[in-house]
Design a protein. Structure first.
Length: 370
């Protein structure tokens, strides 16, 4: 035995959530289909768990870091593939300017399956935007310019997709990064936040036109309404009513599609529908533990001693992005790209906590990595 299980305390609750999801699938209206989704989710947990497995916490940390690098690279590769698929159809000129919304209607489907959606493209663009932003701040010279250009380009795609959840979540990820990249970035981030807040609240008094930007992000040209949630609160109410029929035992993955014919667009309601109250609590526990590991790692200065500060900021930015995105979308509780990116980041943060505890118990600082 290797001591603490790989992935640490933050991943184990998600493993329990996955098992309860398998159990819930047995009561699904479509058992085989729900079991496939449950098995796929469970497979993600097991694969990441197995990949990170190693005799010592420091080895587990290194394995988790490499797993993150591989998943980040594949996410960036997927974004490039999506750009290739949508070539020439990514953006369209609308009354409110250039927009990528409605790209799924401009790109033909394959086998009856829609290959590209605005929200999916925005999510895919946000990942390299976050990583490139951190590298642009941390590097010098031409490399900084290169990574800065990548960050700006990818962030522009996110905004032009008019996906409010991805746009706000990207802002949260960037804000997290600026808090942890030194005093200068922290002060600049605070100044930018106060400036945006002032323009948002007092734009008309300051002579700044904000109505056009608000209408653009709210996609009012398409929806013809000013409602920010696009009917999500109604869907959440429908899902909650269904949950009351069986609050303790879930209905398996994709229960929202089976019962309502639409996506529930909320991570926690999806987890509750899938795996019952116990599954929801386990999922939230895993996410909370990941944030606790991140906070303790930052306070202890472990990442600086290990020479992994950049990876720490990138993983934390990713966690911030998906945590906020989990409110208007499903991030982490359903088999998909979000889960595949979150699991390695959570495993790395858990391994970082194990290293911290081991070194503090031994009374010696952690060894810096090469």
């Amino acid at each position: 035995m290797h001591g603490p299980r790989p992935g640490g305390g933050a991943v184990r609750p998600w493993f329990g959530y996955a098992l309860l999801g398998v159990g819930g699938a047995l009561t699904s209206p479509n058992v085989p289909f729900a079991l496939w989704w449950a098995a796929a989710y469970l497979g993600c947990v097991v694969v990441s768990w197995t990949f990170v497995d190693a005799p010592t916490p420091l080895e587990r940390l290194q394995r988790a870091r490499h797993l993150n690098y591989w998943t980040w690279a594949m996410a960036c590769g997927l974004f490039l593939v999506l750009l290739y698929i949508t070539r020439g159809n990514l953006f369209a000129t609308t009354g409110s300017g250039l927009s990528g919304y409605g790209v799924s209607n401009r790109v033909r489907s394959f086998g009856g399956v829609t290959m590209v959606r605005a929200s999916g493209l925005a999510r895919s663009a946000a990942i390299p935007a976050l990583f490139a932003f951190v590298l642009a701040w941390k590097r010098r010279g031409p490399e900084r310019v290169l990574w800065g250009a990548v960050a700006v380009g990818c962030a522009a795609v996110v905004v032009l997709m008019q996906s409010r959840g991805a746009t706000l979540s990207l802002a949260a990820g960037i804000a997290f990064a600026m808090l942890f990249m030194g005093r200068a970035s922290r002060y600049l981030g605070i100044a930018m936040f106060l400036g945006i807040l002032a323009v948002t609240i007092f734009g008309s008094e300051l002579g700044v036109e904000t109505e056009g930007a608000r209408a653009f992000l709210n996609r009012e040209e398409y929806s013809q309404r000013r409602e920010i949630t696009s009917g999500r609160t109604r869907d959440w109410g429908i899902a909650f009513d269904k949950i009351q029929e069986s609050p303790l035992w879930g209905f398996g993955p994709q229960a929202d599609r089976f019962f309502f014919g639409f996506h529930v667009h909320n991570t926690y309601l999806y987890a509750w529908l899938t795996a019952g109250l116990g599954g929801l609590l386990l999922f939230v526990l895993g996410l909370a533990r990941a944030w606790r590991c991140l906070w303790r790692g930052a306070r202890a200065g472990t990442v600086r001693l290990l020479g992994q500060e950049v990876a720490f900021i990138q993983a934390g930015s990713l966690l911030a992005f998906f945590t906020l995105r989990g409110i208007p979308e499903v991030s982490g509780s359903m088999f998909g790209i979000d889960t595949m990116l979150m699991l390695p980041a959570i495993a790395w943060l858990s391994a970082l906590e194990e290293v911290r505890l081991e070194r503090e118990g031994a009374g010696s600082p952690p060894e810096a990595s090469s």
